[in-house]
Design a protein around this ligand. Structure first.
Ligand code: FES
Ligand SMILES: [Fe+2]
Length: 428
């Protein structure tokens, strides 16, 4: 459980809050590339960390992420004209470039230099494989954009979906650090592999280890034929849950990254990113897409009870609800907008959740004491993270995951990329 004070500390992310300050020190997903697909296309609203923003792609393809309310008298720039390298307010024609400079104030007298004294909110962005990331912190402290493995493979080797989760970001994130719910919430009665791996041992043995990027989470279940089934996931600062998903067991061909970025304190954006190391993604692998509407809300939501089917619950799966995405939403949204963790009763199965909370709380408290947060990239030579790797693997009972996946150490990063990749391949 958490004290009320720590619960408030770790869940509130609006400007000026300690956790808001921490999250603002990292690059986080702000929107999908598809929301502003072409130069001079219509702008998109972006709700992020309690801030109202507008994103646009200017005539030269540069991306602007600026405050939604016009600096003049506050009209929403979402309705603006995106033209000639700037976004122009529909009320009196003030125009903004991607850096937040006011470049034209046509309602002011000719020759006025009033606009030169103004500077509008504008944040740096970085576009990578279908996602536009943003940095909302102090400019002078901006870290290098991290070259995660999923940002380094060709675009067609990746997929991404975005959906609104109607609860605090931490409820979503904690679900990624909780392997035991796979045996229940996501259990299928019709998929034999799912039954064999998750039903036979519903109380996995957990290990956690703090790393340079966050926390590695390992859940081990007993399996048939004198084997054990090991699932290794990763919590990556500040809001990434990396999980083995969408591929057969014992193939290390990529993994999924589930990201929970606060929109405000009671809603967050779940970005699911998947990648393959050496092949293009097939359309049928992105089953989640059909659960999400064009405004990025889900078809199945709290207002329609996730379209739960009680007959399906008897015969098809544990919840009677379609798709993992909706299972997770049902479990985490139904806790309430911001769950009061002083009311919970944690068990042994919550070891990984506890480790991740501890990591976040210690980072936010250290930042309050003036210490640099963990996992900010400052050294371009050390900007690669293959050891975030996740896997779901059946191993002989007498082989530990540490023995088999001996490349998953920080010291392995001192090797060159080719030898690292060779050791990774050898393990698969
Ligand atoms: S309110 Fe935007 S130009 Fe006047
Ligand atoms: Fe889940």
């Amino acid at each position: 459980m958490l004290s009320n004070q720590d619960n408030e500390l770790v869940t509130r992310t609006n400007p000026g809050t300690p956790m808001g300050d921490l999250l603002r020190r990292y690059w986080v997903p702000a929107l999908l590339s598809e929301e502003i697909p072409a130069p001079d296309c219509p702008p998109a609203r972006v709700k992020l960390l309690g801030e109202d923003l507008v994103a646009f792609r200017d005539t030269r393809g540069r991306i602007g992420l600026i405050g939604e309310r016009c600096a003049h008298r506050g009209t929403s720039l979402f309705f603006g004209r995106n033209e000639e390298c700037g976004l122009r307010c529909v009320y009196h024609g003030w125009k903004y470039d991607t850096e937040g400079n006011v470049v034209d104030t046509p309602a002011e007298p000719a020759g006025s230099d009033y606009h030169k004294k103004l500077r509008h909110t504008a944040y740096p962005t970085h576009e990578s494989n279908g996602i536009i990331y943003a940095y909302l912190g102090p400019r002078e402290l901006m870290p290098i954009f991290p070259n995660y493995e999923w940002t380094q493979v060709p675009l067609e080797f990746t997929y991404v979906t975005k959906g609104l989760l109607e609860c605090n970001y931490l409820q979503g994130l904690e679900g990624e650090c909780d392997s035991s719910h796979l045996s229940f919430l996501h259990r299928s009665f019709t998929n034999e592999r799912n039954q064999a791996l998750y039903k036979s041992d519903t109380a996995p043995f957990y290990e956690t280890e703090d790393t340079d990027f966050g926390v590695r989470l390992i859940a081990t279940r007993n399996a048939a034929d004198n084997q054990h089934y090991v699932r290794s996931s990763a919590f990556v600062m500040p809001v990434y849950g990396c999980v083995p998903a969408g591929r057969p067991t014992n193939e290390l061909e990529g993994y999924e990254i589930h990201t929970y970025v606060p929109a405000d304190d009671t809603r967050c954006w779940r970005y699911d990113i998947g990648f393959r190391r050496d092949r293009a993604v097939r359309d049928d692998e992105v089953h989640r897409r059909k659960q999400i509407k064009s405004d990025y809300t889900r078809i199945r939501n709290a207002r329609n009870n996730y379209l739960q089917d009680r007959q399906m619950q008897k015969t098809v799966n544990f919840t009677g609800i379609e798709d993992f995405l909706n299972h997770d939403a049902c479990a985490t949204e139904s806790m309430g907008a911001i769950f009061d963790r002083s009311k919970e009763h944690l068990g042994v199965s919550d070891k990984a959740v506890i480790a991740v909370r501890k990591f976040l709380l210690s980072a936010v408290k250290e930042l309050q004491d003036g210490k640099e947060p963990p996992h900010l990239v400052r050294d371009a030579q050390r900007n690669w993270f293959p050891h975030v790797d996740c896997f779901a693997y059946l191993l002989p009972r007498n082989v530990t995951w540490r023995q088999h996946f001996d490349y998953l150490t920080e010291s392995a990063l001192k090797e060159n990329p080719a030898s690292f990749a060779a050791r990774q391949k050898a393990a698969s």
